[in-house]
Design a binder for this molecule. Sequence first.
Ligand SMILES: Cc1ncc(COP(=O)(O)O)c(C=O)c1O
Length: 387
Amino acid sequence: MITTSKRLNGIGEYYFSQKLREIEELNKQGKNIISLGIGSPDLPPHPDVIKVLQEESAKPNTHAYQSYKGSPVLRNAISTWYKTWYQTDLNPDTEILPLIGSKEGIMHICMTYLNEGDEVLIPNPGYPTYTSAVKLAGGNIKPYELTPGNHWQPDFDILDKTDLSKVKLMFVNYPHMPTGQLPTKDFFIKLVAWTTQKNILLVHDNPYSFILNDSPMSLLSIEGAKEIVVELNSLSKSQNMAGWRVGMLCAAKERIDEILRFKSNMDSGMFLPVQLAAAKALGLGKDWYDSINKIYRQRREKVFALLEILQCSFSKEQAGMFVWAKIPAGYKDGYALSDEVLYNANVFITPGGIFGNAGNDYVRVSLCCAEEKIAESIKRIKDCLVK
Ligand SMILES: Cc1ncc(COP(=O)(O)O)c(C=O)c1O
């Protein structure tokens, strides 16, 4: 018998991979499920971006392996994007590493820095990939709890009383997924000061800063941050390019060189036309972000209405492409509410518990779905669920 490696012990299939299969099964039975689950933009990228991909891929000389560090055109575009929107200077030659989506960067960072038994501070609730990447790399997770009372920010008083002697990395992510919490400058300053003092490498995952947020912030804009921060960013959400797999890692030259030692052994660069089209996308102006946010804002109003019907409570000040909401009394947890809505109304919403047990009493509703479908979901829920 062939056994899987020990490293896979405790690593399950990704929740959505499993759940989407179940939804497919239900659809085969004729259920016609509306999914308000996953955060994959349903809208296309800007037409100029697609034009660059088409033109460049029609050329004979764009099909070879590419540099492990990415095309200089893309690195320059990332540098200009950071300067324009985040008021942050990055050297395009040394401080930027394009990624095949930011998710792979999470794994690369863990593989680059963790030894067996090293600990990593992980947000609870938070993006599940942090946990699996740490475990796959041989590290141990040390979840830190986020609560609405503390604006979904880490409680430094509690952390100061915790044994941090084995902690090497800390993951943070603001605007936060799944809660939609925005960062403040003071909070970012505190984070940089605290991790600098504790000598913990601070990994900021920043894919949502342009969605329903007028003031995108980079943790690297904070003075002294480059000494201690690695920032991941992505074109998946802000440029509607999730399937293209383009992200970036921004940090001091030393960190980029260290992470490249691992990454250059994993892949052989990114298709050049994709990189050139991504560079085009990063050059889009305010009109682009305004146009997508207008749509998300309209959808969000409908999602608020849906959540009110379910008697959930929520803040209207959330950023990112989801609404995070507390379930009403009477449900055991978010899984119970999600299952009830799925099996009775044929609408899928994500149970908050998949992001950690601090999310158990919540659900997350995605805005990546046409307004008419959200309206149809409301109708279905009203028809079957209102008690
Ligand atoms: C918090 C967070 N980080 C990272 C990612 C991965 O994004 P990418 O498409 O760039 O790999 C996601 C995607 O859902 C996310 O929610």
